[in-house]
Design a protein around this ligand. Sequence first.
Ligand SMILES: C[S@@+](CC[C@H](N)C(=O)[O-])C[C@H]1O[C@@H](n2cnc3c(N)ncnc32)[C@H](O)[C@@H]1O
Length: 263
Amino acid sequence: MALGFRGDVADYYHRYRRGYPPEAFDVLAEVFGLTRDDVAVDLGCGTGQVTVPLAGRVRAVVGVDPEPDMLAHGRRAAGEQGLVNVSWVVGSDADVPALRAALGDGSVGVVTIGQALHWMRHDDLFDAVFPLVRSGGGVAVLTNGTPLWLQDADWSRALRAFLEEWLGTPAGGACGTDEESQARYRRSLTAAGFRVEVHGVDYTDTPDVESVVGGVLSALPADRLPADRQAFTDRIRHALEPHAPFTEHVHVTVLTGVKPTAG
Ligand SMILES: C[S@@+](CC[C@H](N)C(=O)[O-])C[C@H]1O[C@@H](n2cnc3c(N)ncnc32)[C@H](O)[C@@H]1O
């Protein structure tokens, strides 16, 4: 699985990707009735944007990701916060059957997937997760705003134009944030037996140019990172600066699938 979330990309991801607002975790706690007795699994956990805050609300979290460099950052961040209830596991969505064997059916309060479902086989995943979660628990699919280069703002259009010229290809996809993907995820959750709800958290942010450049570098596969980073970042700055401030209307979605109580 060569996705490229490694080396410098993992460093940029950890440093520049924003986390989720506390309200998103309030949604998880409320919808799934999470308590300090619950175990959570965070699939595609990356550097711990969901894993670490969630660990403060449940008994234990298992963070799963195929990229050791991403996990290393998460482990360090959790350690710095004194958290001792997170396990960082190299694995993928295909390992859910192994998690079932290790943890037991009905043992998990929530399986979270933050900004990562577009890398996974979601139909198979939701079927595999269903027996793993307890009644009233379930799956949460989170997205963390529209990609920087796809926003409805002049600075974002300038960024997109620059990236398309530099890379020689259309700028990347919507990473599961678009309505078509979301509708597919809702249908797939329903087909697997979950009761589906859509929640959202909206806020406005104004990242500085360094954060926008860092965000772009965190989204490029490791083998596409430009050798001359300085020239690349200078060119992005040059393209962006006339359009400051970089106002972002961030729409976080929390798609929840609750496992109904049997009987
Ligand atoms: C965009 S990052 C998301 C990180 C974090 N969850 C967040 O919300 O910011 C996507 C992560 O999914 C991981 N990933 C890719 N394919 C995966 C798969 N098949 N199963 C589990 N994780 C996967 C990548 O290694 C990467 O760390």
